[in-house]
Design a protein around this ligand. Structure first.
Ligand SMILES: NC(=O)c1ccc[n+]([C@@H]2O[C@H](COP(=O)([O-])OP(=O)(O)OC[C@H]3O[C@@H](n4cnc5c(N)ncnc54)[C@H](O)[C@@H]3O)[C@@H](O)[C@H]2O)c1
Length: 303
């Protein structure tokens, strides 16, 4: 298949690019390298270094006619979305809309869209399934959710197939520990530097952590399954931040006492996503426990 992977120089989609290339697909990565690194892109894939909104993207669609668009390029930082809502919306909403226009104009069969658990806001019940009300708490949550509507409308109006994947907390090699990167990459970075990790609140707050290779396999399954579905991609397991740090210390043979600071306003206490619908529609299940994923992540450091 000819697959355009947006954001393929970033954390998650660079792993997807590797898997798709290995499976024999023809891959082009579209990334403006604002938060990515071209060295992560497998050599068999082509890079178009351009913004989602650039006219070069239309030229690429015209010349290359991708069959599937696997859309991961995004502004991913919650606090940036609060400080610069226009930039956030331009990338996440208008950027997706621009891709949809190209898909329609050039006969793309399907879009796979990387959405987020952030669309749900504070859970009203657990595990959060796809019927849970959507009430984002940040502009990032809004800008990840709005494209879902455009995608559904493009599908019903013009026949574009889609799978929307709402990811839980993704972790693994190449995740950026700076800014508001995932807590796992932040802890790993602190441990590697011999610094004290900070935990906001009691540390008993829980999240659903999913290893990046399980996200990759959900995307691979979505190439041929999950038609016109919106699916959570998660482990359906909750792990507290304290447990997480404990596991990381055990695996890396270190002992640290974290510094506890007051919980940040708006922090969600418990979050876990049901993955039953993805299991049924994609014939997919996550293969990595948190411990196994952490082991792999630690082993990759220094690669
Ligand atoms: N990391 C997570 O835990 C998580 C959870 C839920 C959803 N997601 C979604 O998964 C996707 C990938 O996230 P990630 O963690 O790999 O982020 P990332 O920042 O590592 O990757 C995003 C990539 O998009 C590129 N990009 C940003 N703006 C662009 C633009 N205007 N034009 C072209 N390229 C642009 C960046 O350079 C970067 O390489 C995002 O859509 C994100 O919302 C991530």
């Amino acid at each position: 298949m000819r697959i355009l992977i947006t954001g393929g120089a970033g954390f998650i989609a660079s792993h997807i690019a590797e898997r798709f290339v290995r499976a024999g697909h023809e891959v082009t990565v579209l990334d403006n390298l604002s938060h990515g690194d071209a060295r992560r892109i497998p050599p068999q894939a082509r890079l178009l270094q351009a913004d989602l909104l650039s006219p070069q993207v239309g030229d690429l669609f015209k010349a290359w006619k991708p069959e599937v668009v696997c859309h991961h390029a995004a502004q991913i930082d919650v606090s940036t979305s609060l400080k610069q809502p226009l930039t956030d919306a331009a990338t996440n909403i208008l950027g997706t809309l621009a891709l949809l226009l190209h898909c329609r104009n050039h006969g793309t069969r399907k879009i796979i869209y990387a959405s987020s658990a952030a669309v749900y806001g504070t859970p009203l019940y657990l595990p959060v399934d796809e019927n849970h009300p959507v009430k984002p708490l940040s502009f990032y949550g809004i800008s990840k959710h709005s494209p879902e509507h455009y995608i559904e409308a493009y599908s019903s109006l013009y026949g574009l197939d889609y799978t929307i994947l709402r990811y839980a907390n993704v972790y693994g090699p190449r995740q950026d520990p700076t800014g508001e990167g995932g807590v796992i990459s932040i802890f790993l970075n602190k441990l590697a530097r011999g610094e004290t990790p900070v935990i906001y609140g009691s540390g008993n707050q829980t999240r659903d952590f999913i290893y990046v290779q399980d996200i990759v396999s959900a995307n691979a399954a979505a190439l041929t399954a999950g038609s016109r579905q919106t699916l959570n991609v998660s482990c359906n397991r909750s792990t507290s931040v304290n447990e997480l740090l404990h596991m990381l210390c055990r695996l890396s043979g270190r002992t640290v006492t974290p510094e506890y600071k007051p919980a940040q306003p708006g922090d969600i206490v418990h979050s876990v996503l049901s993955n039953r619908a993805a299991a049924a529609s994609l014939n997919w299940t996550p293969r990595y426990s948190v411990l196994e994923g952490l082991k792999d992540t630690l082993a990759s450091i220094g690669d």
